[in-house]
Ligand binder design. Sequence first.
Ligand SMILES: Cc1cc2nc3c(=O)[nH]c(=O)nc-3n(C[C@H](O)[C@H](O)[C@H](O)COP(=O)(O)OP(=O)(O)OC[C@H]3O[C@@H](n4cnc5c(N)ncnc54)[C@H](O)[C@@H]3O)c2cc1C
Length: 340
Amino acid sequence: MQTRKVDILVIGAGMAGLSFARTMQQHGRDVLILERSRAVGGRCATWRHAGLALDYGVPFLHARSPLFWQSVDELLGADVLPGWPQRVQGHGPTCQPRALDPGVRHAALRGGLNTLSKKLAEGLEIVRESEVTSIQTLQGSFQLSGANFSLSTQTLVLAAANAESLRLLKDSDFGTAIAGAMALFGLAPTLPTLSLLACYETPPTQPDWELLLPETSTSIQLISNESSKNAAGQKLGLCIQAQPAWSRQRLDSPAEAWTRDLLRETALLLGDWVMEPDWQRPHRWLEARLDSASRLRGPLVQNIAGCKLGIIGEYFNPAGGLEGAFLSGRQLADLLKETT
Ligand SMILES: Cc1cc2nc3c(=O)[nH]c(=O)nc-3n(C[C@H](O)[C@H](O)[C@H](O)COP(=O)(O)OP(=O)(O)OC[C@H]3O[C@@H](n4cnc5c(N)ncnc54)[C@H](O)[C@@H]3O)c2cc1C
């Protein structure tokens, strides 16, 4: 297989990788992104069903950063639903503890949150369904390979979720040279989430909330009323997200078992009719979000055998979550545009 040489290579087309690549491209640099999935966006994930856009990863945008909102407003303007969720029921914790604090702007997107990733991806070179399985160094370059590609670069950016980045680094031939950086990853374990999308064509009633945060449930973290983000008519789309500890205990169970349990618990909150959705789709997030309030102040940049390695993602910016992922990409672009 012939090895293609690339100016800057990014692993992962999630929020971090996309914001980095877009900024570098605006600075006139050639960037190639390798993405394992068919879709871009990673955990900023939307499923389309029967005319509804259903978010089953991060449920809404929340951020204090003007830089973040400037990009959202520029790219999506009229599709921003400002203030979503305005009607919140219950006092349980949100996924990110301070998501709905005063001073934090929050919003949903009419076409689903994934439209933000798609907009960021426009004009970027992204090779999809290309999982990087190995990174090695050879003659002053990083050599990356997967099932059907081999690429080399002197500037590599890791923008995968923490455990995946750590696995790639551990298996590389320069792991010992960056043992300190790898130890930092170990300080940031990620939490799993089981999520379930459930749609009802003609529900007997419509919830009068956009986000439900049940404080007494032992299994449910939140339920988002996805159809309240769309012009859905009568249809109701819910995303039920399970609590991390409950999810962890069931990661290896058949989906039928835990989806039934989640629907049963939802029925206690909304009524028995929720037990029979017209359509449902379960999803296991092995790494949904970080279990740590302590995050790094910015991206990691390491010099390895004359090459540059940058590491970004939600752990590499104090804001954390989606905002932190986006900002870490911008920060790294600002650092690398000066030095490479
Ligand atoms: C259910 C759920 C709820 C959440 N709730 C919130 C919330 O309320 N607020 C909040 O701020 N955040 C929330 N998050 C977390 C938020 O979604 C993430 O912090 C953010 O999306 C991380 O972006 P990222 O670019 O760092 O990583 P990702 O989105 O994980 O992107 C990494 C990308 O790299 C790709 N990849 C991985 N390995 C490889 C490989 N070897 N080769 C090629 N490609 C690879 C993946 O396919 C993926 O597309 C939630 C997440 C989930 C799943």
